[in-house]
Design a protein around this ligand. Structure first.
Ligand code: HEC
Ligand code: HEC
Length: 164
């Protein structure tokens, strides 16, 4: 554990130096300069989108990605996550209003884990391939395995904990 934490901090220092990271650049150039999750959250979103996995903060994807995800809930990554039209509208509004507005990538993927910033932040230097296979991690989409505050939009490097 200690070694992992030490490595994480060394790696962040190195990548900060290499990429000249600033606050705006913190989330791989996709940060909006405001929290990933607004202080005024949405209970319907929390309930419906947080039942199978954590409710992924709206700031993790651009509006176009959220529109695509919300338009395909009946075949949602192999699951049926459909909602009533009214619920769908309300949640789409919340996600779009709080989406990343600094998206520089040319595409709007459905998965956070397919975005360029995610892949850069989680490449094999940051997370050794073996770690993804651990029982406590299993999926890249399981953010909370390593970011205990993921549900609250907290991905601070200093609070990362790599599970054994
Ligand atoms: C019935 C269960 C279920 C519900 C409800 C659900 N999801 Fe999912 N979602 C999944 C599964 C399964 C995956 C794939 C997880 C994986 O690859 O490990 C997924 C993945 C995702 C991903 C991609 C994660 C990534 O980067 O790989 C996003 C974004 C997402 N869901 C958004 C939502 C939103 C928004 C809602 C609410 C409208 C929602 N989900 C509700 C089951 C669900
Ligand atoms: C296996 C552990 C693991 C999982 C699972 C994981 N991450 Fe990370 N994440 C890390 C590590 C390690 C870093 C540190 C990279 C660095 O030092 O720049 C990181 C960095 C980040 C950062 C940048 C933090 C900063 O301050 O620079 C964000 C944002 C982030 N992760 C979001 C996510 C999201 C969203 C998910 C789920 C879709 C996720 N992570 C899943 C380990 C993980």
């Amino acid at each position: 554990m200690k070694t992992n934490l030490f490595l994480v901090s060394v790696i962040s220092l190195l990548s900060a130096a290499a990429f000249g990271a600033t606050d705006n650049d913190k989330y791989g150039g996709e940060n909006r300069g405001k929290p990933l999750l607004p202080a005024q959250s949405d209970t319907l979103w929390q309930k419906e989108c947080g039942s199978c996995h954590i409710a992924y903060s709206p700031g993790l994807l651009p509006a176009e990605s959220w529109r695509k995800v919300m338009a395909n809930l009946a075949s949602h990554f192999g699951s049926d996550a459909s909602l009533t039209a009214q619920e769908n509208h309300a949640i789409t509004d919340f996600l779009v209003a709080n989406a990343s507005n600094r998206w520089r990538a040319p595409t709007a993927p459905d998965r956070i884990t397919e975005t360029a910033w995610f892949q850069r932040k989680h490449d094999s230097h940051e997370v050794r391939p073996e770690i993804w296979l651990r029982a406590a991690v299993k999926s890249r989409a399981n953010c909370a395995a390593c970011h205990p505050g993921a549900e609250n939009g907290d991905f601070e490097e200093s609070r990362i904990r790599i599970p054994r």
